[in-house]
Design a binder for this molecule. Structure first.
Ligand code: NAP
Length: 260
């Protein structure tokens, strides 16, 4: 097991027990790190309940990342420096996810892009002066950034922007000794995922089609996050690493072999 004793993480995106960010927090704490968790006001009581008996959580801080002032205030409220930042945030209004992209309104497009992509730039910018030497940032993306996934719609465009931001930010952060990477996770049942139309069908298809013939879980993502946030990945930055049981390399899914 990695030893992250004495390290501090700032985590964005814990909404429930099923959140990828919650699994990452738990693995970071198991490795000895402490975590500050940021959440949205509407889920305050749920977050307090979720974290109440967990040692290693330094503080719970409310923050809507779509608002510049809220991110600025968060960094002003929380003292000291961090070694690891986790950005596990994605959102698109139901009015956008329910329609093909050709009908996405300008307002929904902007909301989706600001919350799901621009927020990474915002958090990285505010983090810069608050990171210890050799720090790391990790964000979460999905295959819909580079391929058409039915139902993912405008989120695919936001994830494409997010992955590009990871590349664009890497030399800027690299000049200060820090790294930034994205994990492209396979489908996992979470609150955010339940907003994607046809999500259960995607899970079923992935289970049949991935080289490993199974779906991933939160811990698969968290273990890779631990690697990318730690010194074990000291030579890796600007990358999108797939944690999807290999699904992304498939041209024709194995279960179609029966057609031969
Ligand atoms: P989740 O538990 O619902 O987490 C999404 C988080 O984004 C929630 O904590 C949500 O807070 C937060 N969020 C949304 N708008 C926000 C805002 N304006 N300010 C602050 N936080 C905001 O779902 P998840 O699946 O773990 O998602 C984490 C990340 O993984 C997302 O980027 C998602 O796209 C990505 N991902 C997920 C999957 C999957 O299949 N689950 C696959 C690949 C990538 P509220 O709930 O309070 O709105």
């Amino acid at each position: 097991m990695l030893n992250l004793e004495g390290k501090r993480a700032l985590i964005f995106g814990v909404a429930s027990e099923s959140s990828l960010a919650w699994a990452i927090s738990n693995w970071l704490i198991k490795a000895g790190s402490t975590c500050v968790l940021s959440y949205q006001q509407r889920f305050k009581s749920r977050i307090i309940q979720l974290t109440k008996d967990v040692e290693g959580i330094e503080a719970l801080e409310v923050c809507d990342v779509s608002k510049e002032d809220e991110v600025k205030d968060l960094f002003n409220r929380v003292s000291g420096k961090f070694d690891m930042i986790v950005h596990a945030i994605g959102y698109s209004p139901a009015s956008a996810l329910s329609k093909p992209v050709i009908f996405t309104s300008e307002e929904d497009y902007n909301t989706t892009m600001v919350v799901s992509a621009y927020s990474l730039q915002r958090i990285a910018r505010h983090s810069l002066k608050r990171l210890n030497q050799n720090s790391a940032i990790v964000t979460l993306t999905y295959l819909g950034a580079t391929s058409v996934v039915p139902g993912y719609r405008i989120m695919g465009t936001a994830k494409a922007a997010l992955e590009s931001l990871v590349r664009e930010l890497s030399p800027i952060l690299g000049a200060a000794g820090h790294r930034i990477n994205a994990i492209s996770a396979g489908p996992v049942k979470t609150l955010a995922a339940s907003g994607v139309p046809g999500f259960d069908d995607i899970l079923e298809y992935m289970e049949k089609s991935a080289p490993m013939r199974k779906n991933i879980d939160q811990d698969d993502v968290a273990k890779t996050a631990l690697f990318l946030l730690s010194g074990l990945s000291s030579g890796i930055t600007g990358q999108t690493i797939f944690v999807d049981n290999g699904y992304n390399i498939i041209g024709v899914p194995p279960h179609l072999n029966e057609l031969n």
